[in-house]
Design a protein around this ligand. Structure first.
Ligand code: ADQ
Length: 482
């Protein structure tokens, strides 16, 4: 990767920070964010230098970052984390309201949930400006910026205005909706124009790219070169492409092979065997886009239509509450708990619980061990940019015995063609696919899993980073030569 030739030139910009400091009764607790992007970009910055800029959201973040800078990783400092501090009003407007109650539901095509207001947008813009000013102050001359997601849509244009010497790649992690829906965002033109400040604009799927190009054509009346994915805005050229995000399959394979995790996996398998059941796993944040309630309806249909699976399959739902400051998210979780209790009362008995749910975050190695132990994974998102859980499950299936049931509406469905696909709003189809999956031969399962594992081996998170960073590097070189 050419980035290694320019150590220290990359600045990563995200809403969520890679290292968080929280106050506890026992003093300050350091937490590391566990998402796929953090676990891939953090080692890159540790190796080649650079810096990370993010919202300092931890309760002890100010204390541990004199002048807003914290060297990380805390135990072995390698690069600076620049924390952008936000007021409670900014957090409410930028994060909870405009990002999570506006852009998030609209991008997932759930228009009834989307709420916009000029006041929230004003705070969203103010925070994007804060990020841009901060990056403008610290980015090296002719450096490269890699910014992320729907929280920072205005950032690329702002940084271009402040620092025309830097090259900017921005990656949009969630779906980009068709223009007929996107135009419902009262600030759709500002949002699209903001993103056009980037040199490289990445989306999860070709469909997202297509929808974005339409927003540029129809919303801004700017012509686009669809074949090349290029937009010329005055003298500035933007390249728009799909870069499907992925996982570190080799690390997952190693994780599930460690003696500790092997023992954990064996323990779970033995317990399941004792009760004569196979495990079907789902792992999500408690978010309405993940289709948790619709999933329960489909499971109900499955047990109603195919009683032969009673006492044979137990669904294990690992769910971590998220965005609990938003009322709808708290309600969703409560509804989920009620619906699972109803399901268990309807079908369960003293010897068998049809659905077990675990309400917490599970550490990564154990989670991967659970994936290995499970015979089925059920991913039923109503809409999902990619869905890393699907790719993690496949990666952990080193015994080639599991079956992935995957919503057509997750970005991952475009790549994982050997999964059992379904429409998440069709409980009958989900039930039928579960039944079909249960009847597959072990040879068929192995063939499907092997083919998907091979695909992921050739499209890892490191390939994702390398493709974006290489494209960014080329732009940075042309800027440096000017
Ligand atoms: P998310 O909506 O968070 O990400 P996803 O891609 O599934 O969705 O990633 C979730 C991650 O959190 C996975 O790595 C998963 O293992 C982990 N996780 C979830 N619940 C957990 C639990 N209870 N315990 C431990 N770990 C848990 C957004 C977009 C996605 C896109 C990603 C990456 O919405 O569509 O795939 O970004 O671009």
């Amino acid at each position: 990767m050419a980035l290694e030739d320019h150590p220290g030139s990359l600045v990563v910009v995200t809403n969520r920070e890679p290292y968080i400091d929280e106050k506890t009764n026992q003093g300050i607790r350091r937490l590391q964010s566990a998402g796929g992007v953090v676990s891939a970009l953090d080692p890159l910055l540790q190796r080649s230098g650079g810096a990370w800029v993010a919202w300092g959201s931890g309760s002890a973040d100010r204390e541990t970052a004199p002048r807003g800078i914290r060297m990380v990783p805390p135990n072995q400092p390698k690069y600076p984390l620049h924390r952008v501090f936000l007021s409670p009003e900014e957090i409410a407007g930028y994060y909870n309201r405009y990002s999570n109650q506006g852009l998030w539901p609209l991008s997932h095509m759930l228009i009834e949930r989307a709420q916009f207001s000029r006041e929230a947008f004003h705070l969203y813009r103010r925070v994007n400006q804060k990020f841009a000013r901060r990056v403008a102050q610290m980015a090296p001359r002719n450096g490269s910026i890699f910014s992320h997601d729907y929280h920072l849509a205005l950032f690329p244009r702002m940084i271009r205005e402040l620092r025309p010497d830097v090259a900017v790649a921005h990656f949009w992690h969630i779906p980009w909706p068709p223009f007929t829906l996107f135009r419902l965002c009262p600030q759709h033109q500002e949002i699209t124009r903001g993103l056009l400040g980037a040199d490289i604009l990445g989306f999860q799927t070709p469909q997202d790219v297509d929808n974005f190009l339409t927003a540029v054509e129809r919303g801004l009346k700017i012509p686009v070169d669809r074949a090349q994915g290029i937009i010329q805005v005055g003298t500035h050229r933007v390249t728009v492409r799909d870069y499907p995000i992925s996982v570190d399959i080799t690390a997952i394979e190693q994780m599930v092979k460690t003696p500790r995790i092997q023992r954990w996996t064996e323990g779970i398998r033995k317990r399941a065997l004792k009760h004569g059941v196979s495990l079907a796993i789902s792992v999500d944040r408690a978010d309405y886009t993940k289709g948790l309630l619709q999933r329960l309806e489909a499971i109900d249909k499955f047990f109603a239509r195919y009683p032969e699976h009673h006492r044979r399959i137990t669904f294990l739902q690992v769910v971590v509450p998220t965005r609990t400051e938003v009322r709808e998210y708290r309600r969703l979780y409560d509804q989920f708990v009620d619906a699972s209790a109803r399901l268990n009362n309807k079908y369960g008995d003293a010897a068998w619980t049809p659905l077990i749910h675990i309400r917490r975050s599970i550490d990564r190695p154990r989670l991967m061990g659970l994936f290995r132990a499970a015979e089925y994974a059920l991913v039923s998102s109503l809409f999902d940019g990619m869905n890393l859980v699907a790719k993690e499950f496949i990666s952990a299936q080193i015994d080639n015995r599991g079956v992935l049931l995957l919503s057509d509406m997750a970005g991952a469905a475009q790549e994982l063609g050997e999964a059992f696909h379904f429409n998440p709003l069709d409980p009958d189809e989900v039930a039928e696919q579960l039944h079909r999956a249960a009847l597959t031969t072990s040879a068929d399962r192995a063939r499907r899993i092997e083919s998907m594992r091979e695909h992921i081996h050739h499209h890892t998170i490191y390939d994702w980073i390398a493709h974006i960073v290489e494209a960014l590097d080329e732009v940075a070189d042309t800027y440096a030569a000017r």
